[in-house]
Write a protein that binds this ligand. Structure first.
Ligand code: SF4
Length: 466
């Protein structure tokens, strides 16, 4: 499907795009459905109570990922991009105390989280690993309306019907009415060659087919402001992360040391790596604490892109706002191709689809702003993705903390290395990006479910929780 840069980069809250933002959005969509006339409402029937059940990966790691809380907040009518992260705890406490959700414009419904929110690990729903069912009842307990939603990664939510339509119309959706309808890296390179445009210019032309240049630029600047604000907040916070693992926040203390080193002019042979890591960790610590983040392309992988943009601003004297816009457009082009042809969901293909995709996007963005040709940019994305192939998703205790926080740091370092390697060549290389994406898809299909965001294998079962 044609993915706008604003589908790839979405402002929301942590800790997970698929397990927090998606379910919050699904709950809100269900509220809209209740008010609509899109269902056969029996005459005089009044919805008085709601229930939700989580299935597949949402059931297995939903507690650690805050899925239940996200459903409650969504049923209170809040959305990921506008909810105030500092108010979320109070909203949840209120619903638990009253046993009611009271979204604006609705009469209010019974919803007692400990009874009406079920983590159903026994019944996966066919269609996708991240599934949830929302149901509405009348005062006699009669089922009036039920809807299944799938959270397909990056905060995207679809119904069963929409998922089936997406699978049927894959090619058509990818080539929506835009001037450069590339659905693969090969097509992207062919169109760049034929048009003489850069990848960022083609992506800009596609976006400007549906919005003005001013709106596009303002939106891109808002995305970077949100990313940058997240880095800064993460660098200020201390203490332990919520969730019970007792993981210490480290970004602030590492940042303090780096600043001290910078002031004293001490030689640090891995200076750039340290700064990249601390920026990425700051974002992912904020994500783990349910702070405001931007999907890039997911929340779990939200640190890689912002870290590499901050690195670009910090270490490249020619960096400017136009460069950041080009970076985001290029990265979104690559993210869209990966999502269209494989997946960006840890529950579908493991962490190669999350941090691997983020690293590929970041490598492409960096290569673009460092003057790379379309071929060099495609090469940079391929190198970064290739060296994440096979990476599993095994978050300890179902929390987006270990290995996720450090993994973003390493994803950012690999992205810079990939961009640098690609820029030292002429763009000609052995493994095409499309082949690498297809390999990721196949590897994800073959991956045991234990390693796809269920916390039933890998580090999740080998690390003793203290
Ligand atoms: S291991 Fe990777 S895919 Fe899994 S939750 Fe962490 S960041 Fe996301």
């Amino acid at each position: 499907m044609f993915l706008s840069v604003f589908d790839v980069f979405k402002i929301g809250v942590g800790p997970s795009s698929s397990h927090t933002m998606g379910p919050m959005t699904a709950a809100r969509r269900f509220l809209d459905l209740i008010l609509s006339n899109d269902w056969p409402r029996p005459a005089g029937a009044q919805v008085t109570a709601l229930k939700a059940s989580l299935h597949g990966s949402l059931a297995y790691t939903g507690i650690g990922h805050g899925t239940g809380n996200a459903v409650i907040i969504g049923l209170m009518g809040e959305a990921p991009d506008t909810v105030d992260p500092d108010r979320m705890e109070d909203i949840i406490a209120d619903v638990e105390r009253t046993g009611r959700v009271t979204p604006p414009g609705h009469p209010g419904y019974r919803f007692l989280p400990r009874e009406d929110l079920v983590y159903d690990k026994k019944t996966p729903l066919p269609g996708h690993a991240n599934a949830m069912r929302l149901s509405a009842f009348d005062k006699d307990g009669r089922l009036l309306l039920t809807q299944v939603y799938f959270s397909i990664g990056g905060g995207f939510v679809v119904t069963e019907t929409e998922l089936a339509a997406m699978q049927r119309n894959k090619k058509a959706a990818a080539t929506r009415n835009v001037p450069y309808p590339f659905a693969s890296a090969r097509e992207m390179l062919d169109m760049a060659r034929a048009s003489g445009l850069t990848i960022a210019q083609m992506k800009r032309a596609n976006e400007e087919a549906v919005m003005s240049r001013d709106d596009l630029d303002a939106g891109l600047d808002r995305i970077w402001d949100a990313m940058s604000g997240c880095i800064d907040r993460g660098l200020r916070q201390d203490g332990r992360l919520p969730g019970g693992l007792n993981v210490r926040r480290r970004a602030k203390s590492i940042h303090d040391k780096l600043q001290e080193e910078w002031r004293s002019n001490r030689l640090n042979p891995v200076l750039a790596n340290d700064w990249l890591s601390v920026y990425a960790m700051a974002v992912n610590e904020e994500n783990a604490a349910s702070g405001r983040v931007v999907t890039s392309p997911t929340n779990g992988a939200a640190g890689v892109v912002p870290a590499t943009i901050r690195y670009y601003l910090h270490f490249h004297p020619e960096a400017d706002q136009e460069g950041i816009r080009d970076y985001l457009l290029t990265a979104a082009a690559i993210g869209g191709i990966i999502k269209h042809n494989a997946s960006i969901s840890g529950a579908e293909v493991g962490c190669q689809g999350e941090v691997g995709s983020a690293s590929a996007m970041a490598a492409a963005g960096l290569a673009a702003v460092m003057g790379g040709s379309p071929e060099q940019i495609e090469n940079a994305a391929e190198i970064a993705l290739e060296h994440h192939l096979g990476m599993t998703c095994d978050p300890v205790a179902g929390l987006v903390q270990v290995p996720c926080i450090e993994r973003n740091a390493l994803g950012a370092v690999k992205a810079v290395t990939a961009a640098s390697l690609a820029l030292k060549g002429d763009g000609e290389h052995f493994v095409p990006l499309d082949a690498c994406i297809e390999t990721m898809r196949q590897t994800g299909n073959d991956m045991n479910e234990k390693y796809k965001e269920t916390s039933l294998g890998g580090l999740a079962v080998n690390v003793v929780e203290c």
